[in-house]
Design a protein around this ligand. Sequence first.
Ligand SMILES: Nc1ncnc2c1ncn2[C@@H]1O[C@H](COP(=O)(O)OP(=O)(O)OP(=O)(O)O)[C@@H](O)[C@H]1O
Ligand SMILES: [Mg+2]
Length: 219
Amino acid sequence: MVQNPFNTIPPRKKSLISYFNPNSLISDQYRTILTNLQFASIDQKYRSLLITSPGYGEGKSTTVTNLAVSFALQGEKVLLIDGDLRKPAIHNAFKLENNVGLTNVLIGNAVLSEAIHQTEIGRLAILTSGSIPHNPSEIIASQAMRDLMAKLHDQYDLILFDCPPVLDVVDTKILANECDGVVLVVNNGKTDKEEALEANKILSASRASLLGIVLNEYK
Ligand SMILES: Nc1ncnc2c1ncn2[C@@H]1O[C@H](COP(=O)(O)OP(=O)(O)OP(=O)(O)O)[C@@H](O)[C@H]1O
Ligand SMILES: [Mg+2]
């Protein structure tokens, strides 16, 4: 049996393989995705991208984290935002506190500059989810969220969003509509074809611009 090399790497290093192991084949694959995204934005510069997948555990957070790292290592000023207000994961990947983040800024309990974490990885900054609210969809759909997006677009070359599965949680459709482009992660072993097609249909109906599909855990 051939073991997936990804599974032999310790958890944090696994989430951030593009940083800790930039010469690996996996990091190279993330750079290929990045190049394809750059080709896709040749005529229209995409300043905000959302990464989603049809269901749970298909590799959204892992993909968005490594894409953020890859873009940052190419010199871009990147902000990675944890837009998954139900099951946030980005703070774990970067070993950050999550007491203050997106939700706290949106409700006016925290100042943006204090909520953003600068990392050691190029000009990569992180905005964690913040306190988990009881009304995540309302927060994502708020005017405050739209105002924040406009402000952040002026400050960063690229904003990347992690978010919940598009088939299960309405937040993703709302956010997809606010972002310039969407990348759909499809998991080789977990996502079934019908779900992938349904996710595509939902994203089109939300007037999201689907830039491409990442096939994760392809053996
Ligand atoms: N290409 C891969 N090879 C091996 N393991 C992977 C791969 N991609 C993701 N994983 C692992 O699968 C698990 C789920 O990944 P991840 O958290 O990125 O998924 P998710 O879609 O964000 O999940 P959720 O829907 O819960 O937010 C994690 O343990 C992660 O390390
Ligand atoms: Mg996730």
